[in-house]
Write a protein that binds this ligand. Sequence first.
Ligand code: G3P
Ligand code: CA
Length: 242
Amino acid sequence: MIMIYAHRGASKECPENTMPSFKRAKELGADGIECDAQLSLDGVPMIIHDKTLKRTTNGGKKYVKDLTFAELKQLDAGSWFSEDFKDTRIPSLEEFLVWVKPTVLLINIELKNYSLPYEGMEKKVVALIEKYGLEKRVTISSFNHESLRLIHKLNSQIETAPLYRANLYKAWKYAKKIKARALHPKYHNLDGKDIKGIKKHHVKVRPYTVNDPSWIKQFIDWGVDGLITDVPDLALAIYKKE
Ligand code: G3P
Ligand code: CA
């Protein structure tokens, strides 16, 4: 079974990383949702991709980390995409987890703690996952692999998955070293041989962000465990035809 994850929700149809985007991904039949987490000034995990507010809100050039939860909640995170989504708010991670809990959706939380350290973020995110009993449905990914080691120490039930862009020699070995049960590589640098090697060692592999139909088909044929895509409906249609 290949699990199709909607990257930032149904981000082609709705403003990325917002509740409408997540709800639409569910309607489209995605198996899982990928989202990006950062911390507000007062330490609340929020779902937003960029370090600054400029591209996806009306908050200008300020950094997410420099505004409190209350201030972030004032911003419009929908109008940049379309007037139909005017006044859509930045969701907190907790708000998303409350919504996703009664569904059967899988959850991939990417911690955006690579260039900004966001001290204490791991504890806060793990505490929320535990609060809602979602340990078995969540994968935490990050380009900060030390952070993933810490997540594993905090709760070994939660699957971790390092994100990486370059080709990684014996990637499965690296995954085991950092106690990750999955790998989330950039799709360009991955081929059938790599996938076979990773799977042989019982590590899951879910390339990102695969939108091109011929690549989607290729990865399905190579037997990946999951695909992270902006076009979950297209990926599902291709997968069902196989
Ligand atoms: O899940 C992988 C992917 O989301 C990483 O890149 O920039 O889209 O967060 P980005
Ligand atoms: Ca991401």
